[in-house]
Design a protein around this ligand. Structure first.
Ligand SMILES: Nc1ncnc2c1ncn2[C@@H]1O[C@H](COP(=O)(O)OP(=O)(O)OP(=O)(O)O)[C@@H](O)[C@H]1O
Ligand SMILES: [Mg+2]
Length: 255
């Protein structure tokens, strides 16, 4: 294991934490019989919130006492733009290229039970690497060592990487930016994933406007008033993730 310990920002906002706890709970409920361990988080377009969701979901699951490995499967982004590893860090690309072993690629984090597998360095051929036997090996090793393995991926409409990851893991969550991604786009990526035999677990509606969030959760203030959170509601332009139709393959099928 790499000696480096990553500091992961644990969001202290109660409403945001609640949304992720709810998503974690839904995954657990859905998972009680299926025992799915490997998940991909993807979206139609860039910037819909995959990385933010992957980090927050991983934290929430780790807080529940499960060992979680968060894998940065977006090998195309320069390391400098990464949320967790701004400096060069060996990881996925290096492991897949056979330069390092699994245990060397995994880093500890400041959050108990949360481990991080960086995207790695200088990756010129992500598709080739993801199609290799070494990727299968990685999934098998991660499966046997962790309770949950979350793959953050690039957007589906940009490159093939997320399609390959989604077709190799047990379940895929599609992150959708509220009020931005069209139904046509969602339907297209749904068909795209289904053609690859990916198991779509559900859709997470992200960046929901505060007033809409409150419309869905009418007792929202009940929990937060005491902590002074109510004051924050007056600030403009805050958005929260909201869990939408997780574990609802049936709903996804209606798209
Ligand atoms: N629920 C949210 N509310 C407000 N802003 C958000 C939310 N989720 C993500 N963001 C913001 O949206 C931007 C994009 O988020 P993020 O990097 O997680 O998206 P992404 O889908 O991983 O992007 P990319 O496809 O480029 O990897 C960031 O500035 C992030 O802070
Ligand atoms: Mg990202």
């Amino acid at each position: 294991m790499q000696l480096k310990t990553f500091n992961v920002y644990d969001n202290q906002n109660k409403a945001v934490q609640d949304a992720f706890d709810m998503l974690t709970a839904k995954i657990h409920i859905n998972n009680s019989q299926k025992k799915l361990k490997t998940f991909a988080l993807t979206s139609c377009r860039p910037g819909e919130g995959k990385t933010s969701l992957a980090i927050s979901l991983a934290i929430s699951i780790a807080h529940s006492g499960w060992r979680v490995l968060l894998v940065d499967g977006d090998m195309r982004k320069p390391t400098a733009s990464k949320r967790l590893s701004k400096e060069t860090q060996m990881g996925l690309a290096d492991y897949l290229a056979g330069k390092i072993e699994f245990s060397e690629a995994v880093s500890e984090t400041n959050i108990t039970n949360l481990f991080y597998f960086a995207c790695g360095t200088d990756c010129l051929n992500p598709v080739e690497l993801l199609c290799s036997a070494r990727f299968q090996e990685l999934i098998n090793k991660a499966r046997s060592r962790y309770d949950f393995v979350l793959f953050d991926t690039p957007a589906l409409e940009i490159v093939a990487d997320a399609n390959i990851i989604a077709s190799n893991v047990e379940a895929t969550l599609i992150v959708v930016e509220a009020g931005s991604t069209s139904l046509v786009n969602i339907k297209r990526v749904k068909e795209q994933l289904e053609n690859l035999n990916a198991n779509i677990l559900g859709v997470v509606l992200n960046k929901v406007k505060k007033h809409e969030y409150k419309r869905y959760f009418s007792s929202y203030n009940y929990f937060h008033k005491k902590n002074g959170f109510f004051k924050n509601l007056l600030k403009k332009k805050k958005t929260y993730s909201r869990v939408e139709n997780v574990a609802a393959k049936e709903n996804a099928a209606k798209l």
